[in-house]
Design a binder for this molecule. Structure first.
Ligand code: ZN
Length: 167
């Protein structure tokens, strides 16, 4: 089922999201939400989608396979990445200025400072711990999506934001 998107100025986009237990992750409700968020992200042409963007304030986000490097998954399969309760820490000194947009902020783009390299810890869709080093595009998307779960939109930290017209 495709889900409707939550867009600014909906207040819940600026509310912190609740962490999930393994039991909750394995529940039919959360598994269904994951199954619904993936096609919703592709239909809306997003590269990532966080649960608050579909009106659910829980710590769950997905990152589209376009942002996932080859060899990321052990068996070299290509799939979307599900991150639950994710946290990141910077692992390099470099900060890059990236252009980004957000499905919850239609018609705008902005320049945002992002860490070039980060270490991510999370649970996967089975509730199992995962951790990985990310750099470049994956690092950039993972920071944007994790920020959503911590009540932060890119426009809150952007150096500049401009109109691109409604699409
Ligand atoms: Zn976003």
């Amino acid at each position: 089922m495709l889900l409707p998107l939550t867009k600014i100025p909906t207040p819940s986009l600026h509310e912190h999201s609740r962490r999930l237990t393994k039991e909750e992750i394995l529940s039919p409700e959360i598994q269904q939400l994951i199954q619904d968020m993936i096609p919703t992200m592709y239909k809306e042409q997003g590269i990532g989608l966080a649960a608050p963007q579909v009106g659910v304030n829980i710590q769950l986000c997905i990152i589209g396979k376009e942002a996932i490097p080859e060899n990321f998954f052990p068996t070299n399969i290509s799939k979307d990445l599900v991150l639950i309760n994710p946290t990141y820490t910077r692992t390099g000194r470099k900060v890059v200025l990236e252009t980004e947009g957000c499905l919850s902020v239609p018609g705008k783009q902005g320049k945002v400072k992002r860490y070039k390299q980060i270490y991510v810890e999370a649970l996967d869709e089975q509730g199992e711990p995962i951790h990985f080093e990310a750099h470049g595009y994956l690092a950039h998307v993972a920071q944007h999506e994790t920020d959503h779960l911590n009540a932060i939109l890119y426009i809150d930290k952007a150096d500049t934001v401009w109109d691109i017209g409604q699409s």
